[in-house]
Structures are given as C-alpha cells and as structure tokens.
Design a protein around this ligand. Structure first.
Ligand code: HEM
Length: 261
C-alpha cells in the first residue's frame, strides 16, 4: 500500500488540484521517517550548498518558518547555523519560501531547504518567479500560471492547502538535483509522490511550500492503482513524455503495468 495515489482522485488529478488542509496535519511522518531523516542530515552536512540556499531578503520568513515547525513538532531545535538547516534536520518535509515584495507581480522563490529535489536545481531557480520556475513544464499553461498565482495571493493564515503530484523514476534515489535524466541508473521503476502543502506565514507574509516525498516500487501499487496509472500515462503527449523522462522510460512503465488487471 502506498500513502497517496493522486492519479486515482479526480480532485487531485486536475490542476492545480488544491484542497483544504487540516492545520494539525501540516507535517507527516511514516515508516520511512528514520531513513529519510538520516539521509537529510547527511546531505545537509555533505551537500550543503546544493540543498540549502536563500536570499538575504528571506531572513524574516526563515525565522518564522523555523518557529512554526518547532511549535508544530514540539521538539528541540537542532544545532545549525541557518534556520533552514535547523528545519531540514527537524522534519522530513522540504520547504520552499515564496515571497512577493513591493510591486512584484509574482511570488518568487527566496529560499529553500531542498534535500530531495525531483530533477531540479535550487541554484537555477532561486530568486525566480513562479511562472519562470515552471518554464520547462509542458502542461504549465498560461491559464494554469494565472490560477497558481491567484492561489498564492489567496492562501490565508490558518487555512493551509495541499495537493499532490506523481512521477515514475527508474531509481529509488530521493536526492536528484539535476534535470538530466541520464544521471539515473536504469534501475527498478518507482512511483514518486510529492504531498505538497501551502501555508501562509502571517508575520513575513511568505507562503511556505512544503514537499513531503514518498517513493515506492511500482509493485507496491494495488491492481486498481496500477490500472489507473496506466490510464493516466497512456494519453500523455510527446512533449510530456519527453519532460517525464523520455520514450524508453515511458515504454518500460507501460510494459511493467501491462500485466495488472
Ligand atoms: C498549485 C501550485 C503548483 C502547481 C499546479 C504546479 C505544477 C507543476 C507541474 C505540473 C510540474 C511538472 C511535473 C509534474 O507534473 O509534477 C511542476 C514542476 C515543478 N514545480 Fe511546480 N507547481 C506548483 C507549485 C510550485 C511551487 C510553489 C514551486 C516552488 C519552488 C514549484 C516548483 C516546481 C519545479 C522546480 C518544478 C520542476 C521544473 C523543471 O523541470 O525545471 N511548483 N509543477
């Protein structure tokens, strides 16, 4: 059994597909917590400049996020010179800070602790507005961009939202800080699901985008989930197939799902 199968739920499958989130359920642990936490601490120590980056203007939001996480978990704040490093050692979620200052038209990525990027580089996106961040995404239409921007304007303190996305990866590697699919071994296929949360920090006005990553072998899907995944992947266009890893991975995924009734 996997925790979330967003392609089976029409409310999540349509974009942007956000739903209200009970604030008590902002953060989520599971059987994978000890392993992921050990990996996070290691990455924060050995790949610090890859997984942690921030603009000076996000200082207030960083402090506010750290306090929100510490209050939520009730645990001690670990030692680290940066609030984002402290957060990254406390919980499994990765966090991006999105802020809109002055007359800026769009929210920008002003800082992040990102141990488990799904084929993107924090350094490449830092400081950029949401639409530009999504430049390589084929199904991120102008209309979706407008709706996401409206959604960000509308997130109210105390009323967080969530959504989920999914991708198939030929590896169980969580830390993939490059858009180059060739870096992955042609290993066993895995379904990677991100539970994404949107929370307004009232003092700084920043929106915190939380990413809790789940990775499971395709075999962990129930028959119904496997059939629904086949139906979700089948109609993808050439540009989406290319963006999601290319023809070979697409064919291998369909072949792996073919036997499921
Ligand atoms: C409701 C809000 C959002 C929607 C609907 C959305 C949608 C998407 C979609 C459709 C993709 C392509 C991969 C996939 O299908 O999962 C994607 C990729 C991505 N998203 Fe979002 N997204 C949202 C919010 C955000 C935010 C707040 C960030 C902040 C950093 C972000 C950063 C990215 C990045 C970095 C990628 C990979 C882009 C690349 O390949 O270079 N997204 N998003």
């Amino acid at each position: 059994m996997i925790a979330y199968a967003p392609w089976t739920d029409p409310r999540l499958a349509r974009k942007p597909g956000t739903l209200p989130l009970d604030p008590a359920r902002w953060l989520e642990t599971g059987a994978d917590t000890p392993g992921q936490m050990a990996r996070r601490r290691d990455l924060i120590e050995t790949q610090r400049s890859v997984v942690l980056a921030a603009l000076p203007r996000s200082a207030t939001a960083q402090e506010e996020l750290c306090k929100a996480v510490a209050d939520h978990t009730g645990g001690p704040v670990p030692d680290d010179p940066s609030p984002l490093g402290q957060v990254g050692r406390m919980v499994q979620e990765d966090f991006c800070l999105l802020e809109k200052h002055g007359d800026e038209g769009e929210y920008r990525l002003t800082g992040a602790i990102l141990c488990f990027p799904s084929r993107w580089s924090l350094a490449e996106k830092l400081g950029h507005p949401l639409t530009r961040i999504h430049g390589p995404v084929p199904d991120y239409s102008d209309d979706l961009a407008r709706r996401v921007n409206r959604l960000f304007d509308g997130v109210r303190a105390g009323h967080p939202l969530w959504r989920a996305n999914w991708t198939v990866h030929p590896t169980d590697e969580l830390h993939q800080p490059s858009g180059d699919w060739r870096q992955a071994e042609d290993g066993p296929l895995h379904i990677r699901v991100e539970r994404q949360t949107f929370l307004r920090l009232p003092r700084s006005g920043a929106v915190v985008f939380g990413i809790r990553t789940f990775i499971d072998p395709l075999e962990a899907l129930t028959d119904a989930q496997a059939v629904a995944l086949r139906e979700a992947i089948g109609p993808l266009g050439a540009d989406e197939i290319a963006y999601r890893g290319g023809e070979d991975l697409h064919r291998a995924t369909l072949a792996a799902l073919a036997g499921r009734a």
